[in-house]
Every structure is written in structure tokens, then in C-alpha cells.
Design a protein around this ligand. Structure first.
Ligand code: S3P
Length: 195
């Protein structure tokens, strides 16, 4: 593998936590696009949304992803909405990168995020309703951009990170029968087929 690994998925799917462990296992740097945006802004994404709105954030996010996706040998954790812009989907797949979709079911996401106070899109509505809407809109986009889909439901963060690291090092992500949590999009054992 020549490029980096980009993790995409819904808020609460574990991109940052899996990314941190995966980066440690590979000896690579973890870059988190939301954290980098907040560092440059000097304030939170939530307050940026409140002051300037979502489109302003999306423009910052696009510029940041273009920069970070071009870095070799990093694990890049993206924001949940990064796949909304085609430019981001193209950038994430460029540079020989491997894109992994960490897929979690809506029930799990609701359980993890029902008390969240940081994610602007979950503040003014019932998180269960909003998460279902976002999932319906985005699941096809995550699948479209991803080289590999990881069903996170039954596995711990550590197990997912170890599996990904092993597969990346083998250069055979998804092709190993032992990797039961990893599915190539469209394969017959794709968890979405039975969801
Ligand atoms: C967003 C998800 C957030 C962050 C921003 C917008 C989204 O990242 O980028 O609040 O549109 O779903 P996480 O996926 O890390 O929560």
C-alpha cells in the first residue's frame, strides 16, 4: 500500500478511537480532520456552526481534507459529513489511499450519542430521528467511497484496529477469510445485505 488510510463513517462509529489504535499499531501518525479544523479555528466546530452555519464549516472541511488526504503514511479520521462533498470523496480515494467505512447500526449510534452535547447536527432534534435521517442519506455515500466496509457492531475497538492493521500490512484488506468483521462492498457477506 502506497498511500494512507482514511476512515469514514457516521458520528459515533469510532473513527477517532479506532484510528488512534490503528495508527499506534502501524507506527503512523493519526490525523483527525475535525481536530485539525478546531486547532486552526481556535474554537469548537459546534460554535463555528452556530456563528457561521454548516456551509461555512463544509468549506473549511473540504480544504482540510484536500490537505490531509495528500499526506502519505497517516491514518486520517474524517468527520461524519465529509463524504457529502464529491471533492472530498475524490480526495480521500486519491494518492493511493485506502478508504475504510466503519459501519455501525443506527441503534448503536443512538445508544452512543443520545447524550452528546458537541455535535451540532444532533442538538436541536431528537438524536434518534436525526441519526436515522443522516444514516439513510449517507450510508450509500460511505459505501461508494470505501474500498472496504467494516461492520463494527460485534467487535471491540481493539479487535477492529488489530484486524485492520493486519490486513493493511498484508496488503490484502478484506481478502482474508479470517477477517470476519471486514467485508468488501457488494460481497455476499456484506452486513448491509441482511440489515
Ligand atoms: C458532522 C460530524 C462531526 C463533525 C461535524 C459534522 C456530521 O464529526 O465533523 O460536527 O456532519 O456528521 P464526527 O463524525 O467525528 O462526529
Amino acid at each position: 500500500m502506497t498511500g494512507s488510510v482514511a476512515l469514514v463513517g457516521m458520528p459515533g462509529s469510532g473513527k477517532s478511537t479506532v484510528g488512534r489504535q490503528l495508527a499506534r499499531l502501524l507506527g503512523w501518525q493519526l490525523l483527525d480532520s475535525d481536530a485539525e479544523i478546531e486547532r486552526e479555528l481556535g474554537h469548537s466546530i459546534r460554535s463555528h456552526f452556530e456563528q457561521y452555519g454548516e456551509e461555512s464549516f463544509r468549506a473549511l472541511e473540504e480544504a482540510m481534507i484536500a490537505r490531509l488526504a495528500a499526506r502519505p503514511g497517516v491514518v486520517l479520521a474524517t468527520g461524519g459529513g465529509a463524504v457529502l462533498r464529491e471533492a472530498n470523496r475524490v480526495a480521500l480515494r486519491a494518492h493511493g489511499n485506502t478508504v475504510v467505512y466503519l459501519r455501525a447500526g443506527v441503534e448503536d449510534l443512538v445508544r452512543r450519542l443520545r447524550h452528546d452535547t458537541q455535535r451540532p447536527l444532533l442538538q436541536d432534534v431528537d438524536p434518534a430521528i436525526r441519526l436515522r435521517q443522516l444514516f439513510t442519506q449517507r450510508d450509500p455515500l460511505y459505501r461508494a467511497v470505501a474500498d472496504h466496509v467494516v461492520d463494527t457492531g460485534r467487535s471491540s475497538v481493539s479487535a477492529i484496529a488489530h484486524l485492520l492493521a493486519m490486513q493493511l500490512e498484508l496488503g490484502d484488506l478484506g481478502g482474508n477469510a479470517a477477517a470476519s468483521a471486514i467485508h468488501k462492498p457488494g460481497s455476499s457477506d456484506d452486513p448491509a445485505d441482511s440489515a
